[in-house]
Design a protein around this ligand. Sequence first.
Ligand SMILES: [Zn+2]
Length: 89
Amino acid sequence: MIEPKGNKVLIDCYECKAKVSDAAAACPHCGAVSQSDDSMPVIVTDMDMKISSMIWFLLKAAIAAVPAVIIIYTAWTIIGGVMSPLLHM
Ligand SMILES: [Zn+2]
């Protein structure tokens, strides 16, 4: 018997370790979805979400830092105003 040489490659199912054609969308034995091209957009989307949420976090941190800087500056001015007469006595 001569094995038919097609372009289909048998790969080990990551779930049940059975031989599954890489052309199959899901494992016929356990139904696990193929880890080939389908998983890539998910990772890209996940990365995209992480980057955008990080930018959003930095933006919110920058906005939140403005009142903090004003408070620190005001407090520093008040402390400086109180302390400098004492230091110059
Ligand atoms: Zn399987």
